[in-house]
Each structure stands twice: as structure tokens, then as C-alpha cells.
Design a protein around this ligand. Sequence first.
Ligand code: NOJ
Length: 561
Amino acid sequence: MTDLWWKSAVVYQIYPRSFADADGDGMGDLRGIIEHLDHLAGLGVDVLWLSPIYPSPQDDNGYDISDYQNIEPIFGTLEIFDELLAGVHARGMKLIMDLVVNHSSDEHPWFADSRSSLSSDKRDWYWWRPAREGMEPGTPGAEPTNWGSAFGGSAWEYDEKTGEYYLHLFSKKQPDLNWENDEVRSAVYDMMNWWLDRGVDGFRMDVINMISKDVSLPDGRLTAGSSYGDGSPAYINGPRIHEFLQEMHAKVFAGRDAMLTVGEMPGVTVDEAKLFTDPARGEVDMVFQFDHVWADRGDDPWQLVPLQLTKLKAIFNRWQAGLAEVGWNSLYWNNHDQPRAVSRYGDDSPQFRVASAKMIGTVLHLHRGTPYVYQGEELGMTNYPFRTIADFRDIEALGHYAQAVDREGRTPEEVLTVLRARGRDNARTPMQWNSSANAGFTTGTPWLAANPNYPEINAAAQHDDPDSVYHYYRRLIELRHNEPAVVDGDFTMLLPNDERLYAFTRRLGSTELLVIGNFSGDSVTADIDGWSDAELVLTNLPAPSGLTLAPWQSVIYRRTV
Ligand code: NOJ
């Protein structure tokens, strides 16, 4: 196994709360994952990534951690975790954990200590600041900066006990850790080493490009209609970010074999990513960039903009070209923060759901990079038919609704339209295992309702159907494992101006692959020469004649050049 083993790997993300509930409390758990490992091994994935399973008040579904070295009792115990890890390894897979160290929970003992007094040993472990000069602490506008938090409201919370504010880029129960402090960094590295020594195989690092802040904490630009300034220039890819990641690499990963590290990096540019993922620099193996999932939103993140295929292709092309020589891409349509891919990029109507789910999977998996499959994507699970705000559970959705409707005067219907399309709860409805009550996810009351389409869309039905989305994903993963051109081939985008076809080639030595996906409900002929004698490797529908693709069809051809 070489250092860069993850180039031919496929990662599967589990959102434990919504995956499988073995004890009937309505919440997924580790035992539930253990019971379904064969579904994952059968799909052929190489690595499992678990969203956070640590003790947590669950303000942001576990992305608010109150103890980094234990398991949330709702999910299980360290003993059950070890059993899960052994089960994963026994099936030849690896397991990576979510690392959430931009912030902790406000219920973490570090923060309890930090907020206890101005002279606490841990005061400097978080970002405490006095009120804006000349302002009365705790009054409107006295916050140290004008920054808004990701979940609505100010990014600062006033703490009466010591008369200062603490920074929280996310909810007020997620105070930001101060990475300027050496003890914070050492404590994080010790914790990471503890998990790796226990046998885990790496980390997905939550908003890791936000850990270094411009310590002068300047006010952000105010845009029309918004109550808060945009602080992100002060904390996205901040001044010490590369130094911190190199230090982490040296203290945690250097000398360990076959690890996988992926940094979640909202707002990262191609040039930055090249630095982050250059193996010679020792930072991370790959990053999650956001350009493609931000292609259908406006300057205001909550503004819906119709998706243009040409724009999407230009973004992928830029990333493929930018990391062709140095660095590596991660590839994803879906995760626990994004709506369901088939509803967003495909057509989730009964007529085209299966075809379009397979087509978008084909296009993604045939790029150069490491593909990530999010639970349920391999079944073609769809967005949920939310009726009212009462159907949502996500702190982001509830926070946005409160800000937009209660404070900014938008109509509930207008805000619900956006949340239906973009809300994170779309991805978080229970995994659809079978056609029994609650999709076989729980025998109790699920914490979030199952999508009513589970009688048709579920794993049990798809395991038995060779034409299912599940078996198609299995074949895509198998192709990556068996065809070196998928892993290492050069990438060339074709037909960049076509609004319906997504076409590209991959070339390695004398092998060339042609991939075409039809992102439309029309039958379309691709104007590409030289492939009439090529071998059809995989298609999601009956074999086409030439390069005329049926609605939502995808094809992969191979030729020797
Ligand atoms: C990114 C995570 O993916 C998201 O779910 C979470 O809310 C924020 N980071 C804060 O941890």
C-alpha cells in the first residue's frame, strides 16, 4: 500500500443519528451501524467517515462536543466503538472520525473553566473580548465586532459573569477555540493521537480553514439588507493556517501509515488548496471545497439561483486542472449539510429518479479525485416534502427562519421555499432500510420523520434488484478499483458550452475513457468524433446508438489510443 492509497479509494459518510437505531430510542447508534456493515462492504467502499459521535448537548447534532475522548451515550460506549472499529477492519475497510476543533461545546469543561473568571488558566483558550470601546457591555451594538454567526444573530455572546463577550462563528453553544494558544493546540494533538492509537485511520476536519484568525478581529463588510458584517476575510484561511496544519501533521500524522485526512474548507480557492494538499508540505491529503455546491446560490447564501450546467462544469474543470500536477481533489455531491443530490442536480420524479441518480453518480465518480458517498445517496434518496417550519429540526434552518421572518420581515412561504430546496434536514431524514414502519430505521419514534417515499425507495428492495441505484454505485466503485485510468488518468473537459451534456475524457497511457452525462429530460446527441468503435464500459440505461443519449442517460466508453 503506497502513501497515496486513498487515490483509488471511495469514502462513505455515515450520519450516525440518522443511520440505524438498534435500541429503539428514535436515534441512530453505533450498534445500528455494526448491524449494517455488510450493506457498506457490499457496496465496496474503502473508508467510512463517521459524523461526530462524541458526548455532546446536540445543539448542532454533535458538532458541539463536550468531551473529545468518549462516546455520546445515545450512540453507545467506547467498548461498542471498539467493536465497530474491529468490524470495519475485519471487512477490509478503514474508519475516520470527524474532528471538530474550530470550536467546542460551551458545556466542555475547558469552556466552563474559561468562562469562570478573568484569571482562569483556560481564559485564553477561547476568544474573549470586552465590549466595543465606549459602549455599555451587553447593550445592542456593543459586540466587539459586527460579525454575524453562521446560524443567525451575532457571532458574539455576552457573558455577564465576567462582563466580556466570547466568539462563536456557529451557535452560541459552539464557542471558538483560540488556536493562538499553544496549550490548545497541544491538547488537540494529544486527543488526535489518542484516537489514532486506538486504531482509527484518520480524520475529516470540520471547518478547519477557520482555526486561524486575524487577531485584530476587524469589523466585516456590511451588505445591503443584512444586519451583520461578513467577518470571513478575518478567519477563512487566516494568517497561521498553514503553520497550524503543518504542526498538526508533524505532531500527529508523521510516521503513521495509511492515514486519510480531509479538511472541510468553505471558501477555499484552488491556489490555496494546492498548498494544503501538496504532499511535500505535510498538511492534509485533500480538502472539501464548496464552489460547486455554491453554484446555485446568490451573493446572499439563502438566495436560490437556477443551476447552470455550464457554470458547474467550469467550476469542476478549474479544480481538475488546478490540482492536476500537485495536490488532490475530493469529490462530493452530498453530505449532511447539503440537500439530496438527485433532487438538486437530477430529476427526482418517479420517471427519472433512478436514471438521474445513476447519471450524476457516474459523472462525479469518473472525475480525478476521491469520491465521497453520503448515506442514502447510493439508494437515490430524495429531498423531504417539508410542509411548515415545524417539520424542521436543524439549528441552521430554525436560526435562518427566525432571522429572516421575525427580524427581517420576509414571508414564511418565501423562506420555506428556500429551506425546502436547501435545508440540511433533507439529508438527515432516516436512512431507508426497508418498507416496514419508519423505513426500518427505528422501532421507536424517529427524531426526524422518514421520507414518505420509503416504501418504494429502500435498501432491501435495491439489494435484490441488479438494476438498482445501489448496484450501479457498486459497479462505479468497482470500476475505480479496477481501471487505473479512473484513478490517475488526465482529465479533459469537452463541450464546455453545452447546457445539457457533461462530457469529458480521462487518459492514462494508451487507455482513454469518454464519460458523458445527459443532465436533461431530452434525448441529446453528443458531437464528439472518434468513438464509434469504442467499448461501452457502463451505462445506466439500455445501450445507446452512437452518442445519442436518452434523457438522463450516462455512458462510459473505453478505447485504446
Ligand atoms: C460544518 C459541519 O459540516 C456542519 O454540520 C456544522 O454545523 C458546522 N461545520 C459547525 O461545526
